[in-house]
Design a protein around this ligand. Structure first.
Ligand code: FAD
Length: 433
């Protein structure tokens, strides 16, 4: 059924210099999988998807085992920008056009509530992760992009979302820079410490009885009679239900998960805590930001006033110094004093992109599910997907999110050169506009 390779193949030495690793809440104590274990549900992957699903079932009294190749949050959930943004890359009207009025509006409601769901979960389980529902600004880097975001904001506003169009002095005042043409503010969004959040989800699931095994790379999955068997080097876990929550870190575990998306590397760097006077001039509106470039920049302050900026890096797991230098230059163009401060933190991770820019939820075998492909919007959406899948498994009903078969992306084997060419092309487009 499944082939074997290590999933911990993207840790990269730069992870040791991650801001989130340096400042995260302590991880709960876990052990590797040894011997034979049984449960109602086996989850592979301890990120937001796997853990929110595990939490839902454990809370309902089911036996749950989570198997993780690295540590909790080893994948994108421990590396991301911590921007909790509702919605998908598609605008509400696109979703309605694609899924029809009733299903489309239901989906808009579901994804529009994704950030609220994260903040409610954090409050319910008292997760210590510097969460703030402080709003998100998407500023436009060009006049054409301004038209797109105004349409986006109008569509959400028509659905009574707390959003606002921004231009001129008000935009500059909230951002602390006047490099952008226009923007919109979405007050449903916010920020958190991503590694603390995923560790908190794990702790909540364990409190309800979930068993989490870290350092337990699953190298083989087979179906025996009515059960799925997930095997690591030192043990195996069996259950009737299986959830593959490995997203962009899937390795060769299950080939459909790999060919269903293309992976890009997203890179971040951060300053130390900024002096108070400087800190007051950067993002004085207190929001998080990600812009409209094809190769977008996303940035924010963390809870201690460190400036964090990220952007698309490469299509491989190798990130050169020049990529970090380009991020520092981009930061200094917006906020010139940042050219003169140290940047001690740098790290990166993989983002999974699907060909229709929608997250995918699929039943890949009887009782076996996969959820993946959040296209850079997974803090809110992977949590939401895990919760929805968990509720569906708990209540034995169809998930509230549309289910579709996974399909291989055409020319997937040529993805690296094609993406490299695409990134070069987008760089030119962004520079021109
Ligand atoms: C640098 C970066 C910045 C981002 N910024 C944002 C942002 O600001 N806002 C936002 O909404 N989204 C952002 N994202 C996207 C978001 O982080 C992801 O969509 C989300 O974390 C995916 O969660 P997940 O649980 O599905 O997958 P992951 O968190 O990647 O978890 C998958 C887990 O599966 C494990 N695994 C894989 N194979 C095996 C195996 N064989 N055996 C056992 N375990 C295995 C991996 O080790 C990994 O821990 C960003 C992503 C990156 C990389």
């Amino acid at each position: 059924m499944v082939s074997a390779t290590s999933a911990v193949n993207a840790s990269g030495s730069d992870q040791r210099r991650s801001l989130w690793h340096a400042t995260a809440a302590t991880a709960p104590t876990t052990a590797t999988l040894e011997g034979r274990a049984e449960a109602d549900l086996v989850v592979v992957g301890a990120g937001y998807t796997g853990l929110s699903c595990a939490l839902t079932l454990a809370e309902a009294g089911r036996e749950v085992i989570v198997l993780e190749a690295g540590e909790i949050g080893h994948g994108a959930s421990g590396r991301n920008g911590g921007q909790v943004i509702p919605g998908l890359k598609h605008d509400p009207d696109d979703l309605v056009a694609r899924f029809g009025r009733d299903r489309g509006e239901a989906l808009v409601g579901l994804v529009g509530g994704a950030a609220d769901r994260v903040f409610a979960l954090i409050a319910k389980y008292r997760i210590d992760c510097a969460a703030r529902q402080c709003g998100w600004i998407q500023p436009a880097h060009s006049a054409a992009a301004a038209q797109t975001i105004f349409a986006r904001a109008r569509q959400w506003s028509a659905r009574r979302a707390p959003v606002e169009l921004l231009a001129g002095d008000r935009l500059a005042l909230l951002l602390g820079t006047d490099v952008y043409v226009a923007g919109w503010l979405d007050r449903r969004a916010g920020a958190l410490q991503p590694l603390s959040y995923v560790r908190g989800l794990a702790r909540a699931a364990m409190t309800h009885g979930a068993r989490i095994h870290t350092g337990s790379a699953i190298t083989r999955i087979v179906r025996e009679k009515e059960e799925w068997v997930a095997a690591s080097a030192h043990g195996e876990a069996r259950a009737r239900q299986l959830v593959l929550a490995t997203d962009a870190y899937s390795g060769a575990l299950w080939s459909e998960l790999v060919t269903n998306q293309v992976l890009v590397t997203s890179v971040q760097t951060a300053t130390g805590p900024l002096p108070e006077a400087l800190r007051r001039t950067i993002l004085p509106g207190g929001t998080v930001v990600s812009d409209t470039r094809k190769l977008l920049y996303y940035f924010r302050l963390d809870a201690e006033g460190r400036f964090v900026i990220g952007g698309r890096g490469s299509v491989t797991d190798t990130v050169s110094d020049s990529v970090y230098a380009a991020l520092r230059r981009a930061a200094a163009r917006m906020f010139p004093p940042l050219a003169r401060v140290p940047w001690p933190y740098r790290w990166y991770g993989r983002v999974g992109l699907t060909r229709d820019w929608l997250p995918h939820l699929a039943e890949v075998g009887t009782g076996a599910w996969a959820a993946l492909g959040y296209c850079g919007r997974g803090v809110a959406m992977a949590t939401t997907m895990g919760l929805l899948l968990g509720e569906a498994l708990r209540d034995r009903r169809e998930p509230a999110y549309p289910v579709a078969a996974l399909k291989a992306i055409p020319l997937h084997s040529l993805r690296v050169p094609l993406l490299q060419a695409g990134i070069a092309y987008y760089r030119v487009l962004d520079a021109i506009s």
